[in-house]
Write a protein that binds this ligand. Structure first.
Ligand code: NAP
Length: 242
């Protein structure tokens, strides 16, 4: 079984390919920036080169950006939407027709537990994950009877480089972080059981269930208190609007 692994850092991908050699099968590095059209094109070209077609698409690449929306760099927020939503939709839309034609395979989209509620000070990222969750659930229904499946995975905080990229330290550490291997195992298990949505971890399942019982106004206000950075800064001229 072969895997096309896509990311921007070539040396990391090479290490991954080397470590997998002889055990996990063949990992083929594809160096591409999925926020760029050229990166999507390179990824699709690599996929087109797979003899029997792609059986499983895992849309995992994603990042967050924490802080007061009006103080965050707009380009970075737009890049977040581009990667977490636009690239995910384009890869799904372009690779799934081949799977449907073959009558097997599917897509695993990595959402998050914050997909279930608005999160002030993490507004754009949380909204991208809400998109991923709803899109995947809707797609799963449309795919019924085709032999192709869609799964949305919703982890809570996970020990990865996510926090150092997103800068969401306090919020990230508000509940115990899971190991990435735990999320991977839960993902594969949910896939094997044909699930459509998998919230990973008992605490995360409990929080998600409880949030669903509360009025939205309480949930968004509670999330705002949890995610509010200790120091917030608005751009010059907007301080009086706080
Ligand atoms: N960690 C958490 O607490 C947490 C919780 C819930 C959901 N998630 C979701 O889990 C997924 C994986 O995140 P992670 O926690 O593993 O974070 P991570 O350690 O920062 O990993 C992100 C991965 O995406 C790749 N990537 C980032 N930007 C890319 C781009 N423009 N083009 C191609 N690849 C790109 C990175 O490789 P390069 O940098 O080399 O490109 C890296 O492999 C994300 O969708 C995230 O939103 C994470």
């Amino acid at each position: 079984m072969g895997v096309l692994a896509v990311a921007r850092r070539a040396e990391r991908l090479e290490q991954l390919a080397t470590s997998a050699r002889g055990s996990a099968g063949v990992i083929v590095p594809v160096v591409a920036d999925l926020t760029e059209a050229a990166g999507i094109a390179a990824t699709l070209a690599a996929a087109a080169g797979v003899a029997d077609g792609i059986d499983l698409l895992v849309n995992n690449a994603g990042f967050g950006i924490a802080g007061e929306h009006l103080a965050l760099p707009l380009e970075r927020e737009l890049a977040c939407i581009q990667l977490n939503v636009v690239a995910l939709v384009e890869l799904t839309r372009r690779l799934l027709p081949g799977m449907v034609a073959r009558g097997r395979g599917g897509v695993i989209n990595i959402a998050s537990t914050i997909a279930f509620s608005p999160v002030p000070y993490f507004a754009t990222y949380a909204a991208t994950k809400a998109y991923v969750l709803h899109y995947t659930e809707a797609l799963a229904v449309e795919l019924r009877g085709t032999g192709v499946h869609a799964l949305a995975v919703c982890p809570g905080p996970v020990r990865t480089e996510f926090e150092s990229v997103a800068g969401n330290g306090r919020f990230q550490r508000s509940i115990p972080n899971l190991a990435a291997s735990r999320v991977a195992d839960a993902t594969l298990s949910a896939w094997d059981r044909g699930r459509t949505v998998a919230v990973v971890g008992a605490v995360n399942r409990l929080i998600t269930w409880f949030n669903g019982l509360l009025p939205r106004a309480i949930v968004r206000s509670m999330m705002g208190k949890l995610a509010r950075p200790t120091t917030v800064s608005l751009p010059p001229g907007l301080e009086s609007h706080r």
